[in-house]
Design a binder for this molecule. Structure first.
Ligand code: SF4
Length: 559
């Protein structure tokens, strides 16, 4: 392996950029030389080997004579899945312990080993089960994997899934979140020790923690090596209330995933969902007024739906001011064993759309999605083996995008336009502003775009309507005179917090967005502006003149 690493370094030193084919050639040549071709080096082992020598074997590392530039090129060349951090942050998804749900939706799986609606074959669930659903162990093991794959992990988005977060006891929620932060704050040695002796960690149970304990972990995380730049919880619309949202903010939450699924009352009832369309409207309005980003789940092909009703409902969902979420997970309904939907399927009451119908519906959805909205996925991560009937194609999104390209219609949705890992010509970027209305706020979506409308960064600014805020009185922690920055995102590889990257991050794009948001809010007559900052970016906002102010950071706009 040592010689193989030296060969790759030599090629890079000679100025050759190595694509997958060139790398394969070197690996094959080296394997042929050392093992007569009988054994081939596994490419996925090269980077972990290199990183372990860099960390632990000073003499060998020195003998390779690697400078900073070469080191960076080597790591980039060997990264297995560079897109995983192409959106600017490394994501860690964790799953809460098995838990029931008060609803019993007809399509929802019942796997007693998992929280309701999850199946043990889903990748994140397998990781959770291996780590016995312990938050510390899940974070520590995922972090180790990401590092072994060569990703920068200084900026982390934590996504907590497991059906309905707000159905779990409050004590569990605080303990769970405390452990998430602790795992990121602890030393690599502590994490390694926990992973090598998980029984010891699990045996500690779930000791009582309070918000003060959690806040002390938050404070540590502000300067930690792995900072939380986003914290997401998944819940049902009927659990949303002013108290619940305050609690989520105390935990450090910045984004809420809401299981909406449908905005047609008839379909909600037919599919066993107990919340009404009014409940969904109120949940979205309140969550947005609190400043959270809203990531909504929406299903097509539900029991009782038709391709036409799905197209019409989605169009309303993304244009009616009562809804307009920021992100959407589009889930085509699939038939899973041991669900009530199986009965309907057997008697002909439900059947899956054909592939052609599904692509037609999703293409219409994609084309209807406005430029300030992101479709994060188009399928659920259920393994093909668990799907009795319905879509099993994991590349469904690609098929939909191909179809849409064939139609020649423009796609405005964010994910389609993301620059990903591309380098950005700063001079070619311009700041575009999109205004839209919601129940309760006037929204401004500010986006850095290239000449061909690719997106390099964006900011979501909410200008709350005074009457909507007044409706909630003191139950809501903002005033009608306060604007809210709900999200700032700049694309590019997850570059190190302390050093400049080559891509769009750290070139002042974020700061320029924030300054423009302040200007817009001031001109609109707002006296102050809040930002719903994640714990790990508080220091960034302090540098931009924001001060800590309870659940948010705030800047005066009157000076
Ligand atoms: S609300 Fe969600 S978790 Fe509960 S039964 Fe319905 S789909 Fe499943």
């Amino acid at each position: 392996m040592d010689k193989l690493v030296r060969n790759i370094l030599a090629e890079l030193r000679a100025g050759n950029d190595l694509d997958a084919k060139a790398l394969d050639r070197i690996v094959r040549e080296r394997s042929a030389e050392e093992h007569d071709g009988r054994r081939v080096y596994a490419k996925k082992r090269i980077l972990p080997y290199y990183l372990s020598k860099r960390a632990e074997h000073g003499a060998l590392w020195k003998s390779w004579a690697v400078d900073e530039d070469l080191d960076e090129r080597f790591v980039k060349t060997l990264q297995m899945k560079p897109r995983r951090t192409a959106s600017g942050v490394a994501t860690i998804t964790v799953i809460t312990k098995p838990w029931p749900c008060r609803n019993n939706c007809v399509y929802c799986p019942n796997d007693p080993r998992m929280p309701k609606s999850y199946l043990s074959n889903e990748p994140a669930c397998q990781r959770a089960e291996r780590n016995r659903f312990h938050p510390y162990l899940q974070v520590a093991s995922r972090l180790r994997t990401l590092e072994q794959m060569g990703h920068d992990t200084d900026k982390i988005e934590l996504i907590v899934l497991g059906g309905t977060w707000l159905d779990y006891p409050e004590a569990y929620r605080i303990w769970f979140t405390f452990e998430l932060f602790k795992a990121l704050n602890d030393s690599p040695e502590s994490r390694m020790s926990a992973l090598s002796n998980p029984d010891r960690i699990v045996a500690q149970g779930e000791p009582m923690r309070d918000i003060a304990d959690l806040e002390s972990q938050h404070a540590i995380n502000e300067k930690a090596a792995h900072r939380v730049v986003g914290l997401v919880f998944e819940t049902r619309p009927d659990t949303v209330s002013t108290d619940a949202l305050r609690h989520l903010r105390h935990l450090g939450c910045t984004k809420v995933q809401l299981g909406v699924q449908s905005i047609r009352q008839k379909l909600l009832i037919a599919n066993g969902r107990r919340e009404s369309v009014d409940t969904i409207r109120n949940a979205l309005k309140l969550t947005r007024l609190f400043g959270f980003k809203i990531h909504a789940h929406f299903m097509v092909n539900l029991l009782g739906a038709t391709p036409d009703s799905d197209k019409a409902d989605y169009r309303s969902f993304v244009t009616d001011p009562a809804f307009v979420p920021d992100e959407v997970k589009l889930y085509p309904c699939a038939l899973v064993d041991d669900t009530a939907l199986v009965r309907y399927y057997r008697i002909g009451g439900w059947k899956p759309y054909s592939e052609e119908q599904l692509i037609d519906v999703l293409s219409s959805n994609l084309l209807d999605t406005p430029p300030f909205m992101r479709i994060s996925r188009m399928i659920r991560d259920i393994s093909a083996g668990d799907i009795l009937v319905g879509n099993r194609k994991t590349n469904l999104r690609q098929l939909v995008e191909m179809h849409v390209r064939g139609l020649g219609s423009p796609v405005h949705e964010i994910r389609y336009r993301e620059i990903g890992t591309q380098d950005v010509e700063m001079g070619a970027l311009s700041l575009d502003e999109v205004a839209y209305e919601t129940d309760g706020t006037s929204e401004r979506f500010l986006q850095w775009v290239t000449t061909d409308y690719r997106i390099a960064g964006f900011l979501r600014l909410s200008l709350p309507h005074g009457d909507a805020v007044a409706e909630y009185g003191d139950a809501i922690p903002i005033r009608g005179s306060e604007a809210m920055i709900r999200e700032v995102h700049v694309y590019g590889f997850a570059t190190k917090i302390s050093r400049d990257g080559e891509s769009a991050q750290h070139r002042g794009l974020g700061k320029a967005l924030v300054m423009r948001a302040c200007e817009i809010a001031r001109q609109a007559g707002y006296a102050r502006i809040n930002v719903i900052s994640a714990v790990g970016v508080r220091t960034y906002y302090r540098k931009l003149g924001f001060v800590d102010n309870g659940l948010y950071q705030t800047r005066d706009l009157t000076d």
